[in-house]
Write a protein that binds this ligand. Structure first.
Ligand code: ATP
Ligand code: MG
Length: 452
């Protein structure tokens, strides 16, 4: 019944579950991202199975075979099977009922066949099934769309996006991950239905946007999808087409952002920081009489806007603090000299790992500027080399790394209370500025003088 011209290697735990189900008279197929990624030769992270068995029937079979299960997704008909350290999600063939909230089906009913189940899936590339013997089932031309690099909904895109608006963002996300484009009809429908994203939970938007930002083709995806993404992130609208008439730039603020995001390592904190770093530029922009653009103070505005977005999306405080520090400091001038680097470290709460991330941010920023800014990439390398020297030699750049502590300050005669912190900070500043070595004796002397 399927196409046997293609062979996909299925991991053994999934094969065992397929056999367990089919020996008991049910049917089971590999589906979703596993099939798509296998055909594309991309690394696969998990295998999703679809089966004619209900989750209760599967659970009973697993119990009989001594296999553990978890009932996390049972309200959607999904049972998670734990086998050989793998968690395999097995979902009963289903048809989704009406979607009155643009996000969740009002009801989920069992489908009779795999073909019916594939029909409810979002995109053709995600609507294929594979079986070790029966081969590939591809009723909507998913394989051809993979070859053409197209993201196309199963059925009428307007209807599919109205049913579940999250699919609009999933389409943008797959574009970024796979380097595909939405086909024209799908894209136009996504644009015209974007306001339905108002009905999607912010956690889901956060998650999809993060996956999009982490994609290998994020530059292109951000460029193409800006009109869609501007609905959940209205701050984008002013960045698009905000020209930068300076010798340092060859791109608009938005394209510079898109290139900078792709230029940094795919780490969530770094990618979000690049996404936000120049968001304040449209507001800070003015043009001199010579027509040259200036953006003085933009980093501070970017911080305000990033904070507002991250509060809205529910970022953790820890993550916010890291991202905001990087956005705030992205444009700070740091010289490849120890004093300048010590000062920069102090501004980053004395955290070397954050300083290294700042170097990453500076490199990515430079790679997205005019070719004349390429030396800034090397400058960031030099900054990191200076940081290594500072760390190797135990130089102080935070209260923690200072050779005296609060008790020493008291013994030197500083009165208890806020005066202690003030005195230690004064000592730290003197060390950072190079007026004092980070040595106990000299620092005690400094504190004694302060107290007298
Ligand atoms: P990845 O796991 O890499 O994110 P995936 O395609 O496996 O990609 P999942 O979110 O794991 O994505 O979903 C598994 C499958 O379920 C999809 O391939 C698709 O067939 C279907 N699916 C997921 N979300 C939706 C949705 N919102 N609407 C319709 N089908 C969906
Ligand atoms: Mg998946």
């Amino acid at each position: 019944m399927g196409d046997n011209s293609i062979h996909i290697c299925i991991p053994s735990p999934a094969l065992q579950i397929i056999s367990l189900l089919e020996d008991a008279g049910f049917e089971a197929w590999c589906v979703g991202g596993f099939v798509r990624d296998s055909i594309m030769g991309r690394p696969v992270h998990d295998v999703d199975l679809a089966s004619s068995a209900s989750w209760q029937q599967l659970k009973q079979l697993c119990e009989g075979a001594g296999i553990r299960t978890r009932e996390i997704g049972i309200k959607h008909g999904t049972l998670t099977v734990l086998l050989d350290d793998e968690a395999i999600e097995v979902t009963t063939y289903r048809i989704d009922g009406a979607y009155s909230d643009n996000r969740h089906p009002d009801s989920v009913t069992a489908a009779r066949s795999i073909e019916e189940d594939l029909k409810r899936r979002d995109f053709t590339i995600n609507a294929m099934a594979y079986h070790p013997v029966r081969g590939l089932l591809d009723p909507f031309g998913g394989r051809e769309d993979i070859e053409r690099g197209l993201i196309r909904t199963v059925g009428d895109p307007r209807k599919r996006f109205q049913e579940d608006a999250l699919r609009i963002l999933r389409g943008c996300r797959f574009a970024s991950q796979l380097g595909f484009q939405m086909d024209e009809t799908t894209f136009q429908a996504a644009l015209s239905q974007k306001s339905l994203l108002a009905n999607v939970a912010k956690e889901r938007i956060y998650d999809e946007m993060e996956r999009l930002l982490l994609g290998a083709h994020v530059h292109e995806a951000l460029m193409r999808c800006s009109g869609i993404l501007a609905f959940p992130f209205p701050e984008i609208a002013a960045m698009v087409g905000c020209e930068q008439n300076t010798v340092y730039h060859i791109y608009s603020v938005w394209e510079h952002t898109a290139v900078a995001v792709e230029s940094v390592a795919p780490d969530p904190v770094l990618r979000w920081a690049m996404f936000f770093h120049d968001m304040g530029k449209p507001a800070a922009k003015f043009e001199g009489p010579d027509g040259i653009s200036h953006f003085y103070g933009h980093a501070k505005i970017s911080v305000l806007m990033a904070k507002e977005i991250m509060d809205r999306m529910g970022f953790s405080n820890h993550r916010q603090a890291q991202i905001l520090a990087l956005v705030k400091r992205h444009d700070d001038v740091v010289e490849p000299q120890r004093r300048s680097v010590r000062r920069a470290l102090a501004r980053l709460e004395g955290r070397p790992e954050l300083f290294r991330m700042l170097c990453e941010v500076k490199r990515a920023d430079a790679r997205a500027q005019a070719p004349m800014c390429a030396p800034r990439v090397d400058l960031a390398d030099e900054l990191e080399a200076v940081l290594d020297e500072i760390l190797a030699e135990g130089e102080a750049f935070s209260l923690k790394s200072l050779a005296v502590n609060g008790r020493d300050a008291m013994e030197a005669g500083i009165p208890q209370g806020p005066a202690i912190g003030n005195a230690l900070n004064a000592a730290l500043e003197a060390v950072i500025e190079g007026a004092l070595p980070n040595q106990r004796e000299e620092l005690l002397e400094f504190l004694r003088e302060l107290s007298s």
